[in-house]
Design a binder for this molecule. Structure first.
Ligand code: NOJ
Length: 764
């Protein structure tokens, strides 16, 4: 057990320490601000509009392919502020040279790309990173991704994606941190700090972009791009907190969502973007639209012409137009028709120039991009070590009946079944940036290398997630019968989740369900490895199989990380960032629901809030994850019975590893306000901590919980109510081990969204 010889833990931590934390987005120094203002004064209207224009420099699979003579001419005229879908140190240096040497005002360009879970070294997909419940490893992967991105000449990533997703039919659930606003806030802040390093003018820092502001994840029916219909309370308490946390962590940019919220397309929603984000939160960063979203205001039916669309988006507070070209082509006409738009354009351009100033591009436009380092740094040993650590931490042990895992050293013959077991491409996940399938360390050789000498490992595909062909099932059954243990890898491939990959049926795709049933019917011990970008619904398989690991898409170190877990070189410690439903029709379902007047009851004779044809609640709840060790929780203590609305209470407990191996536990702190002016969720996560304990080791964990973290959103602001607060500590949202209570002595007011306030944790 332990970290294993391959990973230099100290190097990993040193990388983290040296790279430090970003401060909140600082205001520009007075002289820099003066430079921005002076530049703005020199700019023609065309040059101003040019800054808001972000065309695609290529396609996602053919970066730079659109930078031709016409494109360069536009750069020379000052007609471009930024490019997306470009890369390459030498190429971007030349493109930047055109801007800063051949355009009138020599304003540098911003180069952007989607680096969502890695640039060339791909790490686990974001949902898997959230499953680590470890903000430090999340920060470290974002940091290393930023290093590779910056070396390739890029300044800006469209990440983190911080949309809350409570409906697993929505394919983009893979890109975020799952269902919970507190977990989402922690992960948002960790990624921003990773991407932006010690500050935007520090070496290897890139601009982060929290997206897609503000309720993209609430798309109706889980259909990507569809409308969100939300109460103001749910918007403020659930969907906006991760954006607030990202803003507080210093995110330099944000992207507006494609969809509408209560009928108002976000890209035209002045109350939300200009009102909440820019004015109420006083966040000073740059807002970019999503791809073509300004033009799509016409499809939404809120603009008749591109001129109107341009005016609406500018009024809403969208500073930069990604890909639609509407600002470039039509803002001039819009301003001629309505001169009151001009000061809004100036504000947008000031934010864009400020972002460039923050990155230091006016002082050194070639600060990013290093053709020499670019040759050596990608997928280097340190990047791989972090990728492996992250992948091991992301795996969630959903079941382990009879202690089937880790694999007993006496196991002689293992049948690995399923086409996904050799699908290295899928391990790269949905946003690949510059990732290459050849970089993925595959599963089968890793198993062979990790298994005790003499173990025979055979692979039979049996069935694939992309085909209904069942002809391979008999061979798989034969291999299972001949083996001592079966590793059955069934689930989704990388292209089942991601943008526009909504599914109405979350069962195992292709002939995999048939394969799984047949293999389970052999009676052999079966470990299911379940790769996916979302919760899947396969109750029969998951209930019958004695052991199940949720393995997501784990990046370049997928194979070795899985082998480490399977053979017990590392103990699984990941937790579900979103519950796994029992049936697709249960979606959306989430642990932090309000109690209702008729709480769900197992007795079907009673009329309660449940389905008649499926058991209550999810199959695997939020926060769930087992271990190879066992952990005892004891001695809950609150340092006071009652706190002021401005105060905080320390919640302490003792955690002991009562198992036989070193392993990680994720201690989770939930709260409930049992009687309030409005119904409150039955449980809300307000703190967690992942820690490693040796057998017999015990630690005292203390959370400092503020009264403001119980605040309720109301039209007048964040309201803190007086009264009792219940505290629950446990190993998942459904496995509460300790309970306590305290009181908030008097009513008060909060300032920040309650779920966006991060809880300090100490361990002694
Ligand atoms: C559309 C996606 O919604 C967004 O997340 C992404 O950043 C842009 N395309 C650019 O690739």
């Amino acid at each position: 057990m332990g970290q294993g010889p391959q990973i230099d833990r100290r190097a990993l931590l040193a990388a983290g320490a040296a790279l430090g934390l970003a401060p909140a987005l600082p205001a520009l120094a007075a002289d820099q601000d003066a430079r921005v203002r002076a530049l703005l004064k020199q700019m023609t209207l065309d040059e101003k509009i040019g800054q808001t224009h972000q065309p695609a420099g290529g396609r996602q699979k053919a970066l730079n392919s659109k930078i031709d003579a016409t494109a360069l001419d536009l750069v020379r005229k000052g007609g471009v502020g930024s490019y997306l879908h470009v890369a390459g140190a030498a190429f971007l240096r030349e493109l930047q040279r055109t801007a800063v040497e051949e355009s009138r005002l020599k304003i540098p360009l911003l180069f952007a790309i989607d680096v969502v879970h890695g640039f060339r070294t791909l790490y686990p997909v974001p949902l898997a990173m959230a499953a680590t419940f470890d903000p430090e490893i999340v920060r470290a992967t974002a940091r290393m991704a930023a290093v590779e991105t910056a070396v390739s000449g890029l300044h800006w990533t469209f990440a983190p994606m911080v949309d809350i997703a409570r409906d697993p039919r929505w394919g983009r659930i893979v890109e975020g941190a799952g269902e919970d606003p507190y977990l989402g806030s922690v992960m948002a802040a960790a990624q921003v700090r990773g991407f932006q390093g010690q500050g935007l003018n520090a070496k290897d820092s890139i601009l982060a972009c929290a997206k897609h502001f503000g309720a993209y994840g609430a798309a109706a029916g889980g259909r990507d791009y569809d409308s969100a219909e939300l109460s103001d309370r749910t918007l403020n308490e659930v969907y906006l907190p991760p954006f607030h946390a990202a803003a507080k962590a210093g995110a330099g940019t944000m992207m507006t969502a494609f969809n509408d919220l209560n009928g108002e397309p976000t890209t035209a929603n002045a109350a939300l973007v200009r009102g909440v984000l820019k004015t109420q939160w006083t966040w000073p960063g740059l807002v970019v639209s999503d791809w073509n979203a300004i033009l799509e205001l016409i499809n939404h039916g809120v603009a008749e012409t591109p001129v109107q669309a341009a005016a609406l988006a500018l009024k809403a507070g969208v500073d930069m137009d990604m890909a639609s070209g509407v600002y470039a082509a039509h803002l001039k006409t819009a301003i001629a028709q309505d001169p009151s738009l001009l000061p809004l354009l100036d504000q947008a351009v000031a934010r864009i120039l400020t972002a460039k100033m923050r990155l230091g591009l006016f002082d050194d436009p070639y600060r990013f991009g290093d053709p020499e380092r670019e040759k050596t740094i990608f997928v280097g040993p340190e990047h791989r070590a972090i990728a492996r650590e992250a992948a091991r931490k992301a795996v969630v042990l959903l079941k382990n009946d009879g202690g089937l895992l880790p694999i007993a050293p006496t196991t002689r013959k293992i049948a690995v079944i399923g086409a996904l077991a050799t699908d290295s491409l899928s391990q790269l996940g949905s946003w690949k940036a510059r990732g290459q399938v050849g970089d993925v360390a595959p599963l089968l050789p890793a198993l062979q290398a990790t298994a005790p000498a003499g173990t025979e490992i055979v692979h039979v595909a049996g069935a694939s997630p992309r085909s209904d062909d069942e002809s391979g099932v008999p061979a798989a059954v034969a291999a299972a019968k001949a083996a001592d243990l079966v590793l059955l890898m069934v689930g989704e491939d990388f292209d089942h989740s991601g943008e526009s990959r909504s599914r109405s049926d979350l069962s195992l795709p292709g002939a995999q369900e048939t394969l799984a049933r047949a293999v389970l019917a052999t009676g052999k011990p079966v470990v299911v490895l379940l790769p996916s970008g979302r919760p899947l619904v396969a109750p029969e398989v998951l209930e019958k199989a004695p052991a199940v690991l949720a393995t997501w898409f784990l990046g370049v170190e997928a194979g070795p990380a899985l082998a480490d877990i399977l053979f017990g070189k590392a103990a699984p410690g990941g937790r579900l960032p979103v519950g796994f439903p029992r049936a697709t029709g249960q979606s959306p379902t989430y642990y932090a629901h309000v109690p209702t007047g008729r709480p769900a009851d197992p007795d079907l004779a009673k009329d309660t809030v449940r389905y008649h044809d499926v058991d209550i609640g999810p199959l695997f709840p939020f926060g769930h994850g087992l271990s190879y060790a066992a952990f005892a929780y004891s001695d809950l203590a609150l340092d006071r019975d009652s706190i002021a609305p401005t105060g905080a209470v320390k919640v302490s407990l003792t955690l002991a590893n009562t198992g036989a191996v070193e392993a990680d536990e994720v201690v989770q702190l939930y709260v409930r306000d049992p009687v309030a002016g409005v119904a409150r969720p039955v449980k809300e996560l307000r703190g967690f901590h992942r820690l490693t304990l040796k057998p017999g080791e015990r630690r005292r964990v203390t959370f400092t919980l503020a009264a403001a973290q119980l605040a309720i959103w109301s039209p007048g602001g964040w309201r803190i109510e007086a009264g009792k607060v219940e505290v629950m500590v446990g190993s998942s949202s459904a496995d509460i081990r300790l309970r306590g209570a305290f009181a908030i002595a008097a009513p008060g007011k909060g300032r920040d969204p309650a779920a966006a306030i991060l809880t300090p944790v100490s361990v002694v």
